[in-house]
Each structure stands twice: as structure tokens, then as C-alpha cells.
Design a protein around this ligand. Sequence first.
Ligand SMILES: [Zn+2]
Length: 206
Amino acid sequence: MLDLIKIRKELHSKPELSGKEVNTVEFIKNIIQEFNPDKLLELAGSLIVVFKGSKKGKNMAFRADIDALPIQELNSFEYASKTKNTAHLCGHDGHAAILLGLAEKLSQNKPKEGSIVLIFQSAEETGQGVKALMINKVFLDLQINEIYGIHNIPGFELGKLLLNAGTFSNASTGMDHPVLHDPNYDFPDEIIDKAINLLYIYSIKK
Ligand SMILES: [Zn+2]
């Protein structure tokens, strides 16, 4: 049985940025090969694994992202990032390990009908990985009917799933908003009001 904690730590120590997950893909591929999947494809930087059933049916996919963030890791544990200014601080190392666990289960218990596709997706943080897949002919030919993905959310009870109707955790592009205040003006508390107003505007949800 795969040691998923060890795999997660290994991935954590060797993070790669969006679109550059060459060694990560290689690492995952080496493990997956042992499971004799029906297809193992490298498409647009992502790794696609297919387990087929013997009959026709629904094709379902499960997705894990594999890219890290351009941030210096400040942790000092032994599996902390060995790469400067690159770290798995979004937990994609964990997502990839979870999907590897599913691959092992599927190799022991193949789908009866249809197929199960595992997508180890490159460049989630930039949005480019999925964009490239969605126009990739080989990927589209897999005719996937449903795709499921998860994202870890720290701070919630262990073992609980959070579901949301509609979109969830959308990508952001960033925004600068200067707060200007005349230092000669006699009401310094107003600058705090302005900052609070901004926070309020940013936190408005539908
Ligand atoms: Zn993430």
C-alpha cells in the first residue's frame, strides 16, 4: 500500500511552479506506472490516467492540481521546500497524494463500466493548465461526462466535507487600492474609516 504521508512530504520538499511541474509529473508517473492504468498520457503539462471498465458507460474524472506557489517557505521541518521562493503552501502536494491513493484503489478495483480518469493538473494557480487541456484534442476525446475536484481548507473539522452550490474559490487576479489621506488634515481617525470601508467592500458577497 502506498505511504501517502511520505509521498505528500516528498512532493512538498520538491515544489515546482505553475507550468514547470516536470519533475512532479515524472515522480507521479513513476508511481502510477506500477498500477498498470489503461492509459497514461502527458497532455499540455498535465498527467492523465485512465482506468477503463469492460462495458461502455459514464466517464468520470477526478482532478488534483500539482503546482506550487512563488513564496519562500519559512517552515524548518525536514520536508520543507528545498527550492528558494517556491513552496507548496496551497496544499496541492496533498491533493496529488490523495489522487495517487485513488489510483491505487482503482488498480485493485477497476470500474465495471465507463472509465475513471485521473487528472494531475498543471498550472492551476495561473489558470493556464486547464485552459490548455480544454482545447487538447486527445483530452476532449476522452469524453468526460463529470469532473470532481477538491481543495483542502484549513480550520475546519477533520473528516468533514464542505460543499457549495455554484462556483467556489474562484481565481483572483489581484488589485491595488491606494488609500490617500492628507497628513495636514486634522482627523487621523478618518483614514482608519477609509481602510475599514475598503475591507467592507472587498468582503461583500452575493
Ligand atoms: Zn490551491
